[in-house]
Design a protein around this ligand. Structure first.
Ligand SMILES: Nc1nc2c(c(=O)[nH]1)N[C@H]1C(S)=C(S)[C@@H](COP(=O)(O)O)O[C@H]1N2
Ligand SMILES: [Mo]
Length: 416
């Protein structure tokens, strides 16, 4: 065991480095959790919840941040595991019930984190090689992870506070065990004592004897080199995907699943009319949009909708998968249609697509979006008749909402 630990010793494997990377990782987890909760409740609001419709790109920012922070977790989590990896070989493996609980919770934390960021990443590529529903599992794991994060911070609080700032870490002279073991036995003893302070239970004289007998191996990776590597890796994975949300980085968007401006009418398409099996119904000349309010139904043909006052708005499609794209939309204000139907201003709506199956075929819209002057039943996109792939004959577009709620190929709108 000691040999394994010693072979793995490196100047980057110290509590200060674990604290530095841990802080970044903790921040990324909190950002993901907060923006994730927001996205979840937009899609599944509790009754009393109302959302801000401004700024109209709000969801573009929160979800873009969610995906960017999630991607940054990959290099950060790998770095953190690299730093603490020798602890796997701690001896004895379990020193008691509390120690067992601590190790078990860390194993769970690491495992759940890896699953969470992996399924999140695969979801952005719409690849689901697992048998469970993504969103529910991702949401539940988010809560599990936040609980384990709090527990982990609580358990490690003494180490975290001691090594929080560089000054206090230096004061502790935490110069890593391996850096220090070249000295004489009394120096070693001091180094080992300090090092041992960071391990529950400390270290024994046997370690000291062992170190005495072992020639020092030169360290392979310096701290600065390690931090640079982590920094470059993080910047690279973020920089090469963030362009799908963040226009200035668009040219660098090599790995993001969608590129800005690529798709019919300059906007990426998520689900095609063929995938949604709506092509026939959507091009049927007898199509009409039916509104139903308080038992009264009225159907509007496309020509009738076009004859109503038209409004032009600039709003993004902001997909939960992280990509987003601004576009010009033209159509009828939903508010005007609601007024034509004498809907109560407090009414929420259910939007029903021609698409018969699929989780986005029916969505709900709270009153704050219904009454918003930017919310349209869109008939045109970027100056042309709405393309079939973007929801022809009519689709919903509203400010600050996730793409999944921007229902394409509308068929019915019902007051609820
Ligand atoms: N009926 C229907 N509407 C839908 C979808 C769908 O699958 N079916 N996908 C949604 C998703 S996830 C997004 S991101 C946007 C994408 O719109 P676009 O394909 O016009 O860019 O449409 C939304 N509207
Ligand atoms: Mo989406």
């Amino acid at each position: 065991m000691y040999e394994a630990q010693r072979a793995l010793a490196s100047p980057v494997r110290n509590p200060r480095m674990a604290t530095v990377i841990g802080r970044l990782l903790g921040a990324a987890f909190l950002i993901c959790f907060g923006t994730g909760l927001y996205s979840h409740f937009l899609q599944e609001p509790l009754d009393w919840m109302r959302f801000s419709t401004r700024p109209e790109f709000l969801y573009q920012v929160t979800q873009g941040t969610h995906i960017i922070a999630g991607i940054a977790c990959f290099p950060l989590l790998l770095a953190k595991l690299y730093i603490v990896f020798p602890d796997l070989f701690a001896y004895p493996p379990v020193r008691g019930f509390l120690h067992f609980l601590e190790r078990a919770s860390i194993a769970l934390f690491v495992g759940a984190s890896l699953v969470q960021i992996t399924i999140g990443l695969l979801n952005t590529y719409q690849w689901y090689p697992w048998p469970f529903p993504f969103r529910q599992v991702h949401f539940a794991l988010g809560w599990v992870l936040i609980g384990l994060l709090v527990l982990h911070i609580a358990v490690k609080l003494p180490v975290i506070t001691r090594y929080w700032s560089k000054a206090s870490a230096d004061e502790e002279d935490d110069d890593h065990l391996v850096d220090a073991v070249s000295g004489d036995r009394s120096e070693n003893a001091e180094a080992v004592r300090l090092w041992g302070n960071t391990r529950p239970g400390g270290v024994t004289g046997r370690v000291l004897d062992y170190i005495d007998r072992t020639p020092r191996t030169p360290s392979r990776l310096s701290r600065r080199g390690f931090l640079t590597t982590v920094g470059v890796a993080t910047t690279a994975v973020v920089g090469l995907t963030a362009g799908q949300t963040f226009t200035p980085l668009n040219a660098l968007n090599l790995f993001g699943p969608r590129k800005k401006g690529v798709g019919q009418q300059g906007v990426p398409v998520n689900r095609t009319s063929a995938q949604a099996k709506v092509a026939d119904a959507a091009t049927d000349p007898t199509w009409a949009l039916t509104l139903m309010v308080a038992g009264t139904e009225r159907a509007f043909t496309r020509a009738e909708l076009l004859a109503l006052p038209q409004t032009e708005v600039t709003l993004p499609i902001a997909c939960v998968e992280g990509w987003s794209q601004m576009a010009q939309w033209r159509g009828v204000r939903l508010r005007d249609l609601a007024d034509l139907m004498n809907a109560d201003p407090d009414t929420s709506f259910r939007l029903i697509s021609l698409e018969e199956r699929g989780s986005f075929s029916k969505t709900q819209m709270g009153r704050e979006y219904v009454r918003d002057p930017l919310t349209l039943v869109a008939l045109e996109l970027n100056g042309e008749t709405l393309d079939l792939e973007h929801g022809y004959p009519a689709r919903m577009i509203a400010p600050g909402r996730p793409g999944v709620l921007q229902t394409k190929w509308l068929s019915r709108i019902e007051a609820i």
